[in-house]
Design a protein around this ligand. Structure first.
Ligand code: SF4
Length: 99
């Protein structure tokens, strides 16, 4: 478990972050700020790379095809710290589908 501040995370774990692949530049602010270690910077997956649009493709190339992934999305507590921290405004939260 992370030693980072979890005081802002008071909601139940029923949210998950969604990352806009055309905006993410792998700056890792989300990795640093998330109290539950939801994010990791990884190589852009082939299906995500194939779905990029014009400027998104250029960004991905210049950032070595690295992007943030919510590798532990089920640990999200919906605090919104990642949404605020992302300099590219690439992260939104959505309600998790039950089940
Ligand atoms: S909202 Fe973002 S920072 Fe907060 S727990 Fe979920 S993924 Fe982590």
């Amino acid at each position: 478990m992370s030693e980072r501040d979890r005081s802002a995370c008071h909601d139940e774990a029923r949210w998950e972050p969604v990352i806009d692949r055309n905006r993410c530049e792998a700056k890792a602010d989300c990795v640093a700020v998330c109290p539950y270690d939801v994010f990791a910077i990884e190589r852009l997956r082939p299906e995500d790379k194939a779905a990029l649009r014009g400027l998104g493709r250029v960004k991905a190339f210049f950032h070595g095809y690295q992007q943030a992934y919510a590798v532990r999305a089920d640990a999200c507590h919906g605090c919104g710290l990642c949404v605020k921290a992302c300099p590219e405004k690439a992260i939104k939260l959505r309600a998790r589908t039950p089940g």
